[in-house]
Design a protein around this ligand. Structure first.
Ligand code: GAL
Length: 342
């Protein structure tokens, strides 16, 4: 059997076969799902990472035997009402399966109720509903699951990338502390909450003293926001700013522009980490203009979501929470991962 791309990436990068168990591998010979209608709701098309995710979803659905004509992918435009209308329309249209990237995870109970009532299997992606909500699916034996990554792991990897450099390297102003700023994604999103918390926790777990130069600021996953926030930080904190943590690469790329504009050099007088492993960010890691990032495996997540929808269509039961692994990406393995992603 031909190994899936994401599977080989995870194998090479982590050598942890057990970690792959969460997402079922699909059979090589695609079955025929061409008469099945699939509705996909994306929280917002204008999001770099979700664009990669969406492209893989569309591609893999067709590879698994769904017909392009029966796949509809909607842009929620980051608007709760817009997305609610799209879901209502999918239900009215009688789709056979729904894959939903929520605009607001706190809406999960209402949406789940509607979809379950209509008898449609439901796979949530990217924005994980609350644990109490997932527990409800389990208790009721509903055909609802969440396929994604555990965001705590990505935060931990970000912190470890900095901790591994050692205090002597990072503590440029010699005050015995890691002076940092945090640029957060959408605060309602558990990826943002967990990355913010666990990146710093990893430094503390490595027994490094940390010093936030200001309160966490919200960049909503957007490059321009990352740029605006870090431009201000550099003006305000100047050489005291040692590490810039960004919850994703888009904001880190914005931060990098700000760093360059301020005449600072990543790896020499400042450190910068993101998450996602966008192409541009991988190139920056290779060039040393970004300290590191974390590969947010959109292949595993998109393929896993489709596999989960198929399993429901075949009447199979599955766990309410299906995680795949992140991969830590630094200059050491960036070339290798880049080659695997091409
Ligand atoms: C995260 C990703 C971000 C953004 C967000 C949207 O997992 O790292 O870049 O796409 O999802 O919910």
């Amino acid at each position: 059997m031909k190994m899936k791309k994401w599977l080989s990436i995870a194998l090479t990068a982590t050598m942890a076969v057990s970690a792959l168990g969460a997402v079922p591998a699909a059979a090589d010979d695609a079955a025929d799902y061409s008469d099945k209608k699939v509705g996909v709701c994306i929280y917002q098309f204008a999001d770099n990472f979700m664009t990669l995710f969406r492209e893989e979803l569309a591609k893999y659905l067709v590879e698994q035997g769904f017909s392009e004509d029966n796949i509809t992918i909607q842009d929620g435009k980051n608007d709760i009402n817009e997305q609610a209308n799209q879901i209502d329309a999918f239900i009215a249209d009688g789709v056979d399966a729904l894959i939903i990237n929520l605009v607001d995870p706190s809406n999960a109970p209402t949406i789940t109720d509607k979809v379950v009532e209509a008898g449609i299997p439901l796979v949530y992606i990217n924005r994980e509903p609350e644990e109490s909500e997932e527990a409800r699916w389990e208790e009721n034996g509903w055909a609802v699951t969440y396929v994604g990554c555990d965001a705590r792991q990505s935060g931990t990897y970000q912190g470890e990338i900095i901790a591994d450099l050692g205090m002597d390297t990072v503590d440029l102003n010699g005050n015995g502390k890691i002076d940092y700023v945090m640029v957060m994604g959408d605060p309602a999103n558990s990826d943002a909450q967990n990355r913010t918390e666990y990146s710093i926790k990893a430094l503390e777990d490595a027994e490094l003293e940390v010093n936030p130069l200001r309160d966490t600021q919200i960049g909503n996953w957007q490059q321009e926001e990352g740029n605006r926030i870090v431009t201000n930080d550099l003006a305000q904190f100047a050489d005291d700013l040692e590490v810039v943590f960004c919850n994703n690469d888009a904001m880190a790329l914005g931060a990098l522009e700000a760093i360059k504009a301020a005449g600072r050099t990543v790896g020499e007088d400042i450190f910068l980490v993101g998450v996602d492993a966008l192409d541009e960010a991988i190139d920056d890691v290779i060039d040393g203009t970004m300290t590191g990032t974390v590969f947010n495996n959109h292949f595993a997540q998109a393929d896993g979501a489709v596999d989960a929808a198929i399993a429901f269509l075949n009447g199979e039961e599955q766990d309410v929470q299906q995680y795949c692994d992140y991969v830590k990406l630094t200059q050491e393995n960036a070339e290798e991962i880049k080659a695997l992603l091409q």
